[in-house]
Every structure is written in structure tokens, then in C-alpha cells.
Design a protein around this ligand. Structure first.
Ligand code: GAL
Length: 394
């Protein structure tokens, strides 16, 4: 959505308009350029794919000019490439872009249609519906999707329409209904937009962080890396911070023309390994310095962790000195550290050792830490999973 929006003008812009051609081409890129192997498997259609009217039987149909082969054919193509297909709907009278919505009386029928087409993910938006309709409709769609028997990832925009916070949003209930959810504003192609999202998610981390886990994730919206609004440093920051948030990594960019540097950020194997950590624990901001440096920590399986040192400064690279003790790590451990972007390894870092990182303006330094020696008495609950032996990473 963020990159291609509701461009339906295929006459003047055939290369970029929302059409099956765009999705066929992106499927080829995902399959041929190394994305699929890294886990970028879902090719998701957003708004503006459908015709302006349902058919005589009341079913949603794709726009006949822009999707002449139909969604089923697109799903078949995508599946044959080892990918999965996502589609967009809206609980309400219209989608946000003004296309037919899924009113309560259409929930079952639309779930059935998507399943018949072979859809693997549904993003259900919430434009043009009331709070009451959403409270009925989102759980109803969950039941309807389950009733189809087809595994379909269910992405809900429900909390975003309720302000994203309790008491209006019940995250315990949400986690039972949806696999992921948008809780905040749409991302735009700018660093300001990224910052506003980061601010909201970490200001509210006490509420949001515990809500995430395997099968139920916060979705801070798409990665805009590869587009026009972010510098190189800012692109690396978005990737690192989304990884700390355990966010679903949904790219919204043109994979036909993406630059090598943006591709390198999005295809960082260690980054993706951290993002996809099986424990699925969302990270938190643990330090906010007066110097405008912030530190984020995400606990990972096998007593590993990821640290992100983020600079909001606008002057010059900043030398930040701290120690793992100051960052709340238990004393007596020794770590092997890998810099996620440079790949450099620091061995034998003791908890009490002071160290420095140099962080560029609006950039990050990101560390992956694995203990080579644990404290005699593990103090952190998260360290208890240890004992199965370490798997060397990448
Ligand atoms: C917004 C939604 C966006 C996009 C758009 C489509 O409400 O948050 O992500 O789907 O609608 O019209």
C-alpha cells in the first residue's frame, strides 16, 4: 500500500498501477532475487483490487480490466513459485479507498470467496464501520476464516480504529482472534512518520509489548526501505527497530528497481534471524539518554539478545559508552557479540566491561549477543531455556 497506493490508472501508468501484472512481476522478483528463501513469502494485495460492485450473487470480484485472470489464477501462480497470497478487505460499507466493503451480512461469504481463491492472508481494514460493528465483525471473520478449513493469516486493523490502547482495546481478546494487528497510524514515506510510529509504540510499550507473541503480533505497519523518504542510516534504523518490535516484516517497495543498498538491509540474514526468533518476545526501550541516544533490548531464545543503540541526534556520529551491567544484564556472564550490520565480532565481553559504540545521526548500531559463559546462578528467567547447546548462527 505505502508504495503503490490506489493507483488504478493503468492507461497512463501501466507499470505501477494496481493490476495483476504488478503482482505477477513482484512474485517473480520475490522468487528469483533471494527474498523467498529469507522468508519473504507473502505477496499481499492491498486496497483497490476489486470491482466497484459485487456480482449478481453478492460476491466480491476483482476489477475485470486490471485483474483479467482473476485472483484464483494469481494465487495459483504465486503458489507455484513457493509463495503465498494476501488480500485486503474492509469490515464496513466501503474499503478506505471506496471499494465494496464487507458488511456483517457478507462476512461468511467473503471468507468463503477468499478461501476458494486460495488466499493465505487477509488484512481486514475498518473504514466505514462503527465500534459496535467492529466488535461483532472482527471475531465473526475469525470464525468464518477458521470455518473455511484453509489456514489464513488474519491481520486486523481493529485496534487502530479504537485508538490502539486499553480500555477500548483488549489485547488478550485480540490475541485470540487475530494473528497480527495494526494499532496505529499508516506509515508514510518519511523519517518523521517512522519516528512518530517508534514514539507511539515505545511510549506505550508496557501495554503493547506483552501483547505480542507467536501467532499474535503488533504490526507497526510496512517497511518503507527502498523508497524515497529515508536516508541509508534511517533505513537501517527502521529495519533494526522493527526487528526489536518483533514486527511482521512487510516490505512496501518496488522490488523491480530496488537499490543494492536497500536490498542489503532488507536481506540481512542475522537481522531476519533475530526478527524471527522462535520465542517471539517483543523488545523494549530500556534507556533514554539526555544525549538523545536510546537503547532497545529484545530477549531471544537460548539466552541470546539483541541490543539496538539508536541516535536521534542531528549533528555527527556519537561515541556512546556504557556496559552490559548498566544495561541491566546479570553480572558474571561473558558474551560473544556480533554487529548485525558490519558482521564484526567481539569475543569475551564481560558484563562489567565498559564499551563504546559510534552511532551515526538517525542511525543505529545493532548487536547480537550470545553468552559463552553464564552467571553461576542465572538471574534472568529468560536464561533458563539454556542447555540445549548453542547453534552457530550464520
Ligand atoms: C488504510 C490502511 C492502510 C491501507 C489503506 C487502503 O486505512 O491503514 O494500510 O490499507 O487503508 O485504503
Amino acid at each position: 500500500w505505502e508504495r503503490f497506493r490506489c493507483n488504478v490508472d493503468c492507461r497512463t501508468d501501466p507499470r505501477n498501477c494496481i493490476s495483476e501484472k504488478l503482482f505477477f512481476e513482484m512474485a517473480d522478483r520475490l522468487a528469483e532475487d533471494g527474498w523467498r528463501e529469507l522468508g519473504y513469502k507473502y505477496l499481499s494485495i492491498d486496497d483497490c483490487w476489486s470491482a466497484k460492485k459485487r456480482d449478481a450473487a453478492g460476491r466480491l470480484v476483482p476489477d475485470p480490466e486490471r485483474f483479467p485472470s482473476g485472483i484464483k489464477a494469481l494465487a495459483d501462480y504465486v503458489h507455484a513459485k513457493g509463495l503465498k497470497l494476501g488480500i485486503y478487505g474492509d469490515l464496513g460499507t466501503f474499503t478506505c479507498g471506496g471499494y465494496p466493503g464487507t458488511t456483517l451480512d457478507h462476512v461468511k461469504q467473503d471468507a468463503q470467496t477468499f478461501a476458494e481463491w486460495g488466499v493465505d492472508l487477509l488484512k481486514l481494514d475498518g473504514c466505514y464501520s462503527s465500534g459496535e460493528e467492529q466488535a461483532k465483525g472482527y471475531p465473526a471473520m475469525a470464525r468464518a476464516l477458521n470455518a473455511t478449513g484453509r489456514p489464513i493469516v488474519y491481520s486486523c486493523s481493529w485496534p487502530a480504529y479504537q485508538g490502539g490502547l486499553p480500555p477500548k482495546v483488549n489485547y488478550t481478546l485480540l490475541a485470540e482472534i487475530c494473528n497480527m494487528w495494526r494499532n496505529y497510524d499508516d506509515i508514510q514515506d518519511s523519517w518523521n512518520s517512522v519516528l512518530s510510529i517508534v514514539d507511539w509504540f515505545f511510549t506505550n510499550q508496557d501495554v503493547l509489548q506483552p501483547a505480542a507473541g507467536p501467532g499474535h503480533w503488533n504490526d507497526p505497519d510496512m517497511l518503507i526501505i527502498g523508497n524515497f523518504g529515508l536516508s541509508y542510516e534511517q533505513s537501517r534504523s527502521q529495519m533494526a527497530l522493527w526487528t526489536v518490535m518483533a514486527a511482521p516484516l512487510l516490505m512496501s517497495t518496488d522490488l523491480r528497481t530496488i537499490s543494492p543498498s536497500a536490498k542489503e538491509i532488507l536481506q540481512n540474514r542475522l537481522m531476519i534471524h533475530i526478527n524471527q526468533d522462535p520465542l517471539g518476545i517483543q523488545g523494549r526501550r530500556i534507556v533514554k539518554e539526555k544525549s538523545n541516544i536510546e537503547v532497545f533490548l529484545r530477549p531471544l531464545s537460548q539466552a541470546a539478545s539483541a541490543l539496538v543503540f539508536f541516535s536521534r541526534r542531528t549533528d555527527m556520529p556519537f561515541r556512546y559508552t556504557t556496559s552490559l551491567t548498566k544495561l541491566g544484564f546479570s553480572a558474571g556472564a561473558v558474551y560473544e557479540v556480533q554487529d548485525v550490520y558490519s558482521g564484526k565480532i567481539i569475543s569475551g565481553l564481560k558484563t562489567e566491561d565498559n564499551f563504546s559504540v559510534i552511532i551515526n545521526p538517525s542511525g543505529v548500531v545493532m548487536w547480537y549477543l550470545r553468552p559463552t559463559l553464564l552467571p553461576v546462578q542465572p538471574l534472568h528467567a529468560r536464561q533458563q531455556g539454556l542447555g540445549e547447546g548453542f547453534h552457530p548462527v550464520l
